[in-house]
Design a protein around this ligand. Sequence first.
Ligand SMILES: Cc1cc2nc3c(=O)[nH]c(=O)nc-3n(C[C@H](O)[C@H](O)[C@H](O)COP(=O)(O)O)c2cc1C
Length: 188
Amino acid sequence: MASYFTINISSPNTPGLRALQTRAALDELLGRLAEARDALPAEGLVPMFLKVAPDLADGEAEAITDCVVAHGLSGIIVSNTTVSRPALKSRFRDEAGGLSGAPLTGLSTMMLGRFAEIAQGRVTLIGVGGIGSGAEAYAKIRAGASAVQLYSALVFEGPGLVGRIKRELAERLRADGFRALGEAVGAN
Ligand SMILES: Cc1cc2nc3c(=O)[nH]c(=O)nc-3n(C[C@H](O)[C@H](O)[C@H](O)COP(=O)(O)O)c2cc1C
């Protein structure tokens, strides 16, 4: 039934889950998933993507990318919510948990760009984090995303948001002389 599976090891709301992003644990997890995948009949094969946090330490993005490539996953989804509090003025800023939406935009796009640089086309990237307009979707695509995901902005605008983003995105692609979205992937 699914077009792809997400291996979500980056939710800050499950204690200990993000520790699976470290090299040894990730290698073990992806190794077992790859084994299960390879045992499926060819027609049952569904792309698998790994979803990561934007709060990675130095060197972790390199290790994660190598691991994803080594186990033959389709790609990486960057990013989940953040445990940091970038540019957040809310009185709730000291609450625990993952932060999504507008305050996450810059951090998640920066991390996506880092993965694009490291991956050099070896894996497909999906961009997510604070997208609420065509401009923000376009920034993710230029940073290296072949597709984008939306979550928080849908709460404020509803499903009509998708059509608006597509129209704005088409305008930006035309303005910059791209004939297809694929031409803009990683243009930065
Ligand atoms: C309440 C909530 C629940 C979420 N649950 C999941 C989940 O089950 N699996 C997943 O991969 N990401 C989950 N996410 C992360 C979102 O898919 C997304 O990566 C993140 O919110 C950043 O995007 P946004 O700024 O558009 O919300 C969740 C986010 C929120 C706020």
